[in-house]
Design a protein around this ligand. Structure first.
Ligand code: GLU
Length: 384
C-alpha cells in the first residue's frame, strides 16, 4: 500500500468535499476527520502537504454571486474572500492539535519558471523540516485565464513533483477511474491499477463528473502523467466519507497510478536527459574521485566554468581530459562559480557577499554519465 509506505505524501481535496453545497460554508465535521487522518500520517513520521481547493466556492456565496460559471473577475474576487475563510478553518483545526499550519499560494509560473520553482521548492522543504503543515492553493486572485493551472489536480501534481513526494492522493467525488461513465453505463468497471497511461486510459478520462470543482477526470489523468513521470504514486479516491485516508488504507475502492521509478531516480533521469546543458564545469582529480564515491562537487575541485548558466541550470561536468563525467543542477551562476572555484566552501560568503550552498552541485542533483562521453558540447565552449 503506497500510502502507508510513502515518505512524503501530498493530499488534494476538492471543493465538492470541503464546501457544503447547501450552506456554502466549510464542511467542518468532515474536515475534522480529514485533519485527524493527516495527523496520523505525520505521527508515523510521514511528511504531509495538503493542497486544498474551496476558495472560490466559499467566497462566491458570501459575495452573493449567482450559481453557474463565473466571469474571471468574479472568480478572482470570490477567491480573495474565500481563501481567507479557508485558511482560517485550517488554522483553527490544526492549531487546536498543536500543528503549525502554513499557507502557500502558487501560480502556474511558480512551477514553470526555474527560479520561482526553485524558490517554491526550497520554501516547502523548509516548512516540512520545521514541522509545519503546508496548505497550498492556486493564487486565484492574480491568476489570469491563460496563466493558471485552473484545477487543483494538476497543481497538486506539480507540488508533488516539486517536493519530490512519493505519493499523491486526489480526494474527490469519484471513487476512481472507470472504464465508462458509471452514471450512464451500469457495466462500467473501476480500474484499480494503471501501470501505463495509454491512449485507452486517456479516453476513459474524456468526461467530467463533478459540478462543483473544475478538475474532472481529464485533469486527473493529466495530473497522473506529471506524478508518475516524477516517480510518484498517484491515487484517485472518493473523499466524501469521514476519515477518507483511513478508509483508503483499509482497502476502500480507488485507482492507483504506478510510477516506473522512485522520485530520486526520476529526477536523475531528467537531469541526465537534459538535451542541451547550459554550460560546463571542469574539475580536478580530487573532485573526480569524490564524484565517483557518490559525493557532492565542491567549489574547491572546480578549475573552470564554461558557457552561460544560472543557478538551477543543468550543466555538464568534465574531467581535465575532457570527458563528460557527470551532469547536475548547479547552485551558482557562471560568474559566481568562476569567483568561488578553487576556494573552500567556508570562503563563499566572503567572496560573493551572500551565503549560498556549500556545494557547487549537491550529490542529490548530480548524476554520473555512464559511460563518460568525450568532448565538450558546443554549448560549453568558451563564448558559446
Ligand atoms: N483553486 C480553486 C479554489 O480554491 C479550485 C480549483 C479546483 O476546483 O480544482 O477555489
Amino acid at each position: 500500500m503506497p500510502l502507508r509506505q510513502a515518505r512524503r505524501i501530498v493530499v488534494k481535496v476538492g471543493s465538492a468535499l470541503l464546501v457544503d453545497g447547501d450552506s456554502g460554508r466549510v464542511n467542518r465535521s468532515w474536515l475534522e476527520t480529514l485533519v485527524a487522518d493527516l495527523l496520523r500520517l505525520r505521527s508515523r513520521g510521514q511528511k504531509v502537504i495538503l493542497v486544498s481547493s474551496g476558495a472560490i466556492a466559499l467566497g462566491r456565496r458570501r459575495l452573493g454571486l449567482k450559481p453557474g460559471p463565473l466571469r474571471l473577475e468574479d472568480s478572482q474576487a470570490a477567491a480573495a474572500v474565500g481563501q481567507i475563510r479557508l485558511a482560517h478553518a485550517y488554522k483553527e483545526l490544526l492549531e487546536a492539535q498543536d500543528v503549525t499550519v502554513a499557507q502557500v499560494l502558487l501560480t502556474l509560473e511558480d512551477s514553470e519558471r526555474r527560479r520561482r520553482y526553485l524558490n517554491a521548492r526550497a520554501t516547502l522543504e523548509s516548512l516540512l523540516e520545521l514541522g509545519a503543515l503546508p496548505v497550498i492553493n492556486e493564487n486565484d486572485t492574480v491568476a489570469t485565464a491563460e496563466i493558471r493551472y485552473g484545477d487543483n489536480d494538476r497543481l497538486a501534481a506539480r507540488v508533488a513533483q516539486m517536493s519530490s513526494a512519493d505519493c499523491l492522493v486526489l480526494l474527490s467525488d469519484v471513487a476512481g477511474l472507470y472504464s465508462a461513465d458509471p452514471n450512464e453505463d451500469p457495466a462500467a468497471q473501476l480500474i484499480r491499477e494503471v501501470r501505463q497511461i495509454t491512449p485507452q486510459i486517456e479516453a476513459m478520462g474524456g468526461r467530467s463528473t463533478s459540478g462543483v470543482g473544475s478538475g474532472g477526470m481529464r485533469a486527473k489523468i493529466q495530473a497522473a502523467r506529471i506524478a508518475v513521470a516524477a516517480g510518484c504514486h498517484m491515487c484517485i479516491a472518493a473523499g466524501a466519507h469521514a476519515h477518507p485516508l483511513r478508509r483508503l488504507e483499509e482497502g476502500a475502492d480507488c485507482t492507483w497510478f504506478l510510477p516506473s521509478a522512485t522520485p530520486a531516480a526520476a529526477r536523475k533521469q531528467w537531469i541526465a536527459g537534459t538535451l542541451r546543458p547550459a554550460g560546463a564545469l571542469v574539475i580536478d582529480g580530487g573532485a573526480l574521485r569524490a564524484l565517483l564515491d557518490g559525493r557532492s562537487l565542491l567549489p574547491a575541485g572546480v578549475t573552470a566554468a564554461r558557457g552561460r548558466f544560472d543557478r538551477g541550470d543543468t550543466v555538464s561536468v568534465f574531467t581535465a581530459e575532457g570527458a563528460e563525467i557527470a551532469r547536475g543542477i548547479v547552485a551558482y551562476s557562471d560568474a559566481d562559480a568562476a569567483r568561488i572555484m578553487g576556494r573552500r566552501s567556508s570562503e563563499i560568503a566572503e567572496l560573493l557577499g551572500f551565503r549560498g550552498r556549500d556545494e557547487m552541485i549537491h550529490r542529490d542533483d548530480l548524476v554520473l554519465m555512464q559511460p563518460p562521453r568525450a568532448g565538450l558540447p558546443a554549448s560549453a565552449q568558451p563564448n558559446a
